[in-house]
Design a binder for this molecule. Structure first.
Ligand code: C5P
Length: 216
């Protein structure tokens, strides 16, 4: 069977992770979570006390980065840091370090390497535009800010963040991600945009499958 490279880009909270995992599972493909890589750099920066403005030390940090992704776990220098990746501080720091060219170019190679294996669903902000411009199918998954905040609130209500705070964080991240000079968040010219505001994850996956199946 043909093994495709499928990209799913979009803003925070649009449901990319859920949908990407489901799609990869359906197709028997590998799932590549590139947000986790930026989050890993943020964790490494926090461990080392390196600020997101310090390009020189970020460069050093990235040069020595040993990231290993296995199933649903992420290891940094052999240590399982999966539980740290989703905290609000790391989330904002990941957004900040991801605007630095030194970080993006360091992660570019890692992503390309993983993308070479056959059959991949790659999730992120610049998969279809920068990292995998040659992808076979490109999706841009969007949803209203309110809807995205509400979904996050549902996922993280145990962490004690209010809906208003989550919505503010999402707006700030949207702004960071789409205003930055390098690899800003935007749909690739040849991407199919899906607004998931009033769709379930299952419906989104079905719609995606209807575009993928004819290519298999
Ligand atoms: O998708 P996720 O929320 O885990 O991504 C964390 C952060 O990493 C995002 O806010 C974004 O700034 C950055 N990111 C990126 N490019 C990607 C994936 C994530 O800049 N391909």
């Amino acid at each position: 069977a043909t093994m495709l490279l499928i990209t799913i880009d979009g803003p925070a909270g649009a449901g990319k992770t859920t949908v990407s995992k489901l799609l990869a599972e359906k197709l028997g493909y590998r799932y590549l979570d590139t947000g986790a890589l930026y989050r890993a750099v943020a964790v490494a920066a926090q461990f080392a006390g390196v600020s997101a403005e310090d390009d020189q030390r970020l460069d050093q940090l990235c040069a020595n980065l040993r990231i290993h992704m296995a199933a649903d776990r992420l290891f940094l220098d052999g240590e399982d840091v999966t539980e740290r990746l989703r905290s609000p501080e790391i989330t904002m720091l990941a957004s900040a370090v991801s605007a630095r060219p030194v970080v993006r170019s360091a992660l570019f190679g890692i992503q390309r390497e993983i993308g070479r294996s056959a059959g991949v669903v790659a999730e992120g902000r610049d998969m279809g535009t920068v990292v995998f411009p040659e992808a076979d199918v490109k999706f841009f998954l969007d949803a209203s800010v309110r809807q995205r905040a509400q979904r996050r609130f549902g996922q993280y209500s145990d962490k004690g963040q209010s809906l208003a705070v989550i919505e503010k964080d999402i707006r700030r991240r949207d702004e960071n991600d789409s205003q930055r000079d390098i690899a800003p968040l935007k749909p690739a010219a040849d991407a199919l945009t899906i607004d998931s505001s009033s769709m379930t994850a299952g419906q989104v996956v079905d719609l995606m499958m209807s575009h993928v199946l004819p290519l298999l």
